[in-house]
Design a protein around this ligand. Sequence first.
Ligand SMILES: Cc1cc2nc3c(=O)[nH]c(=O)nc-3n(C[C@H](O)[C@H](O)[C@H](O)COP(=O)(O)OP(=O)(O)OC[C@H]3O[C@@H](n4cnc5c(N)ncnc54)[C@H](O)[C@@H]3O)c2cc1C
Length: 415
Amino acid sequence: MKILILGSGVIGVSAAYFLSSRGHEVEVIDRQSESGRETSYANGGQLSFSHAEPWANPSTLPKAAQWMFKDDAPLVFRPRADLDMINWGLKFIMNCTAARTQKNSVSLLRLGLYSKKKLEQLRSYSGIKFDNRREGILHIFSKQKDFDHAGEQARFQEKLGCRADIVNTQKCIQLEPMLEHAGKPIVGGIFQPLDESGDAFIFTQELAKLSAKEHKAVFHYNTTIHSIDQEGGKITSVTTDKGVFKADAYIVSLGSYSPIYLKPLGIHVPIYPMKGYSITFPTNHYTPQMSLTDGEHKIVYSRLGDRLRVAGTAEFAGHNTDIRPERIAPIVRAVKELLPKCEYDAPLSEWACLRPSTPDGPPVIGKTKYPNLYMNTGHGTLGWTQAAGSAALITDVIEGHNTEISLDGLTLDRY
Ligand SMILES: Cc1cc2nc3c(=O)[nH]c(=O)nc-3n(C[C@H](O)[C@H](O)[C@H](O)COP(=O)(O)OP(=O)(O)OC[C@H]3O[C@@H](n4cnc5c(N)ncnc54)[C@H](O)[C@@H]3O)c2cc1C
């Protein structure tokens, strides 16, 4: 089958690899000059397969009310006359109940653990290298209330077969000795041994090269999509600034831009850009080895070879990707507070991009009302983590097989 994938981020490229390795004729279109140049470029680097608590949960709303107008808060809404944002926000609030959070956590965890399995298989037969570290992720907490809340979630996830160890301060330091130099109190942590870290951009680039070299996938870069065209209830082509592309099946993986091209087809998917920032700087003797999540500031740390990536913050401000110094500043402050000896004097880069976020948390994978149009998009804060599992699922859906895990909570019809 000839399959056209729209978007060459980590999600589009992973699907390109899975589909082309099954013998399909795969072409990928992207407006950038290479794969992985937008949201998959400098993310937090965490492969947090066992992190299943969506942003929409009962503890977020009271905090969001306090954060709303603080420029250095982990989550910032910039109220604007944007109907998509308002609709998304209402759906987000509806998903903050305990029952919805549990349901969404189950869907996220199922996809996370499946993604671990599929990434392991991919890594073993492709030999792909991407500054991968596999010693787990340690979530640390400075406030007892946050630690207690995380403990409840860990116990809930354990019932679903996902290991998460609740550990005291001493054990946190034993797991990551650099925390001995922390400049703030740590009341405890949650250690998730199944989790990993790695560079999503290197992975995306390497996988695109493997797909092209070993499975003849074709990548059309510097090609901007204008429209997805339909006739008689079927997709007939995709129009770009470089001409018209035709295929038997089409997959939309355009990150935060997916809804823009789906709307004219009568497909309304609530994906809204949640802007985030990262900084990257060289490692020194005091750089942690283990990937960390600072629960107080919602900031993640991943050692990627000889670089430390620190990422976080969420801001709702449309499709704007400007780097705003007042949003970088809280990340720098958080690093200096947690790791005072890990100096931020020589930044290699500062970066901002848009997480394609659904209001409930899980992505949208599978069929649409057009028989030859599929979606694999809306992965929000977990796209790097979920890329391999999502690619395997969309491959099975397109080939008409039963998927290995249930698609419940992942398909478009949940909206
Ligand atoms: C600060 C931050 C930290 C993060 N940390 C983590 C983390 O630690 N772990 C994790 O799992 N996830 C993390 N994420 C989320 C993760 O990066 C995303 O979920 C993932 O990159 C989404 O991949 P994608 O392929 O859907 O989108 P993208 O990578 O954005 O790919 C979409 C592609 O579509 C192309 N495109 C869009 N419009 C057009 C058009 N009109 N024509 C042609 N091409 C077009 C773009 O050029 C782009 O290449 C983080 C995100 C941010 C912002």
